[in-house]
Design a protein around this ligand. Structure first.
Ligand SMILES: [Mn+2]
Length: 322
């Protein structure tokens, strides 16, 4: 991780206000939820009041029990807001239109995005926003409590595939994680929290996706176009996209994995993962989305076959150029 100093304005902002709304992206993941809860818990210790806002859906089994802590919308909000782990305003979903009267600070690590908010601290080399929250806590002279350390570890573990996506530049990240373990976090227990709770139906659905794999460019591109019918067969909650990507990434020749999913309203959600060199963040940006170099996503209107054709064109072109 490279050091991007915390703007002093961010610390002043956190000290100045008494109440904060904490926002994060739609279809929340472990990083945005863990970051929100760690930051909120810390600010409460500092005497602030906090409202967590995320419109959901909290479909992922590892975060669904946390849904009751979050408001799905706010009305006539005034004062101060903090956006964590979210690179564009529209990724706030239905909440995006409700934040215009707030002074906003953004803490994020995505590689592509837009310049929104009044105070921005972006470190694209941080493997998780959660670690940036830890740095805020430490910059304000405190140490994470066990509860906060668990939220941060959870954020870090989910965004790094339990450390698998980290390379030899990660020593600083691990020194931060070492402090979390010092605070009392058990990596073993966290692994069960992140990966336990799977269902029979989720495994059947995973089998369905693996059965639908298509390969292009000599198996360097793996693509699955998931129809609404495929999603509905075992229910939207019974899907394990991360496991799907993990499985595909172990294929010898593969560089990029794409999962297209047809949603109820006919729009298509796309997820992209790359192994070592393809910048899927910029590819996703070409499809109107964004993300990181190795993991990114987008949402566009259908039909599925046309989106597949367009994406495949971009992927094959990108592979040809490399
Ligand atoms: Mn993240």
């Amino acid at each position: 991780m490279n050091t991007v100093p915390i703007p002093s304005r961010l610390i002043e902002f956190l000290e100045a206000h008494d109440h904060f709304y904490i926002f994060s992206h739609v279809e929340p993941d472990g990083d945005c939820i863990g970051s929100s809860l760690a930051l909120g818990s810390f600010l409460r210790r500092k005497g602030k009041s906090i409202t967590y806002v995320n419109p959901g859906p909290f479909d992922r089994p590892e975060i669904s029990p946390l849904a009751p802590l979050f408001e799905s919308s706010i009305s006539a909000a005034q004062g101060a807001g903090i956006v964590v782990d979210c690179s564009t305003l529209d990724r706030l979903g239905s909440v995006a239109s409700q934040v215009s009267h707030l002074e906003l600070a953004v803490i994020d690590h995505h590689s592509s995005g837009e310049d929104f908010g009044h105070i921005r601290w972006i470190n694209t080399s941080s493997p998780a926003t959660g670690l940036m929250i830890q740095m805020v806590i430490m910059a304000m002279g405190e140490f994470p409590t066990l509860e906060e350390a668990e939220h941060i570890f959870f954020a870090f573990a989910t965004d790094t595939g339990f450390f698998r996506h980290l390379n030899d530049t990660s020593s600083f990240s691990f020194s931060l994680v070492s402090d979390l373990v010092k605070a009392g976090v058990s990596p073993k227990e966290m692994f069960h929290r992140v990966n336990g709770g799977s269902s029979f139906e989720a495994k059947k659905h995973l089998g369905l996706l693996l059965g639908a794999m298509e390969e292009y460019s000599n198996k360097r591109i793996i693509l699955v176009a998931e129809t609404l019918q495929m999603t509905q067969k075992f229910g939207r909650k019974n899907r394990e996209s991360d496991t799907f990507y993990q499985q595909c990434m172990t294929i010898g020749e593969v560089e990029v994995v794409a999962l297209l999913r047809e949603d109820e309203d006919g729009s298509i959600t796309g997820g992209l993962r790359s192994r070592s060199f393809l910048d899927v963040g910029s590819l996703a940006a070409e499809m109107g989305g964004g993300g990181h170099q190795r993991a990114a996503g987008f949402r566009v209107s259908g039909p599925l076959e046309e989106v597949k054709k367009r994406l495949l064109g971009l992927l094959q072109e990108a592979m040809r150029l490399i």
